[in-house]
Write a protein that binds this ligand. Structure first.
Ligand code: FEO
Length: 168
């Protein structure tokens, strides 16, 4: 099955976006570590590792389909944030951008009648639903606790448990 050049280019862009996601999460992880919030730091580190896995999946698929590889540069991520909530809001915005990019490739694949790519992207669509929901849940909790230091301490511990345990 010949890979349409439009799809090939879109998959290359997605490799870049997933790597940029990993970089963004590593930046957040470092920020939280400096803030003494090791639970959030571990959460973001885990997110970053997952993004590396996503980039690897897209890269592998591109190669499997004989697509032309064209790897772009990755900009430095944000390293400072106003507070914990602000960092998670950046995370949600980023995930929404990733979801939109995947939906766009999905549409392009459908237009090109590239059903293998449509099938390949299904896992990522499900993954994005989960990622957006997990981050949204944390944002809701952060808004609830407001400026409570005790609340933040509690959520940091909760984040640590998520990072230690099975994904979810
Ligand atoms: Fe791979 Fe969080 O998007």
């Amino acid at each position: 099955m010949h890979l349409d050049p439009v799809i090939s280019q879109a998959l290359n862009s997605q490799v870049n976006l997933e790597l940029a996601s990993a970089y963004a999460y590593f930046g957040m992880s470092a920020y939280f570590e400096h803030e003494g919030l090791s639970g959030f730091a571990a959460w973001m580190r885990l997110q970053g590792q997952e993004e590396l896995g996503h980039a690897n999946k897209f890269f592998g698929y591109l190669l499997d389909r004989g697509g032309k590889v064209s790897l772009g540069s990755i900009a430095a991520p944000a390293m400072t944030f106003d507070n914990t909530l602000a960092a998670f809001e950046v995370s949600l915005n980023h995930e929404q951008k990733v979801s939109a990019a995947i939906c766009q490739i999905y549409e392009q694949a459908q237009t090109a009648k590239d059903y293998a790519t449509v099938a390949f992207l299904k896992w990522f669509l499900d993954e994005q639903v989960e990622e957006e929901r997990t981050v949204s849940d944390m944002i809701a909790k952060l808004r609830l606790i407001g400026t409570s230091a005790a609340g933040l301490f509690q959520l940091d511990r909760e984040a640590a448990r998520r990072a230690e345990g099975p994904k979810g």
